[in-house]
Write a protein that binds this ligand. Structure first.
Ligand code: HPA
Length: 273
């Protein structure tokens, strides 16, 4: 398969025609933020399966539809359901969402996710505004033939999580009951949760939280100079921080317990972007 510019254009042409406006903000909803999709006004919903050259979400907790409309007074496009490497996609395929946003004219993207807390000062239910990430998985979504129309072969990765957007998110934290930190996210491919030794290593390397998403999208955003905000919900303490075994049920449970304040916090950020 050749992932050239025309390949991505085909998806964007279809979506542009369906939604009929230029969205200013894009948001990818991670575990726990799904209900935000229900608050989009005048929604136009497109199942991923209808979009040419797009991917289909296989993760159970991810809905698999693109929703365009208004939220917090802004024109937005929202991905309810995301694509993860552990689902079996090539890294190159995982560039599709951000490249679609770019071609639709999106100016800022918000990535949200559920993550495990590595920093022992954090607790489940806390939120982390990402200031940087660590990717030692030896992979990049932009490997392979460079698509020059999106960006150069070698690109800067020093401000992937845009400083000015982080400041807005941290300022909005004053008006939420949630506890909000700024921290570093470390990417693991999954789908297994990390081992206790991996988490100890992550902490030594400077990670505050770990997860199985976001970094592929963030690197694609950096490549095409897309301003980006990353927001992680700590759904659990990472492996080895406490005695009990980690299960996906716990991830969903914590997410549901802070669903309303988390949703309101993200809506407030969107209003201020
Ligand atoms: N590790 C990786 N991904 C996750 C975790 C975790 O502990 N919690 C939620 N997503």
């Amino acid at each position: 398969m050749t992932y050239d510019f025309a390949y991505f254009q085909k998806s964007a042409d279809y979506v542009r025609e369906k939604i009929g406006f230029t969205p200013e903000i894009a948001i990818i909803l991670g575990t726990g933020l799904g209900p935000l999709a229900d608050e989009i006004e005048d929604p136009i919903t497109i199942p991923y399966g209808d979009i040419p050259n797009f991917l289909i979400s296989t993760a159970e907790s991810h809905a698999g539809k693109l929703i365009a409309g208004s939220l917090s007074g802004k024109k937005i496009v929202c991905m309810s359901g995301r694509f993860h490497y552990y689902e079996g996609y090539d890294f190159e395929q995982l560039t599709a969402p951000i490249r679609l946003f770019k071609l639709l004219g999106v100016e800022k993207t918000i990535l949200t996710n559920a993550a495990g807390a590595v920093n022992v000062e954090y607790s489940p239910g806390h939120v982390v505004i990402l200031k940087d990430h660590i990717n030692l998985m030896g992979v990049s979504p932009t490997r392979g033939k460079n698509v020059e129309e999106f960006g150069p072969r070698f690109f800067d990765a020093s401000d992937i999580y845009t400083k000015s957007l982080r400041k807005i998110a941290l300022d909005c934290a004053k008006d939420t009951e949630l506890i909000v930190h700024e921290g570093v996210y470390m990417f693991f491919c999954g789908p297994q949760f990390e081992t206790a030794a991996e988490i100890r290593a992550a902490r030594l390397l400077g990670a505050d939280c770990v997860g199985m998403s976001t970094v592929t999208e963030a690197l694609t955003a950096a490549h095409c100079s897309m301003p980006l905000l990353g927001i992680s919900l700590m759904t659990n303490m990472a492996t080895g921080v406490r005695e009990e075994k980690l299960c996906n049920g716990e991830v969903g449970e914590t997410a549901r317990s802070v669903e309303v304040p988390f949703k309101n916090y993200v809506k407030d950020i969107i209003a201020h972007l």
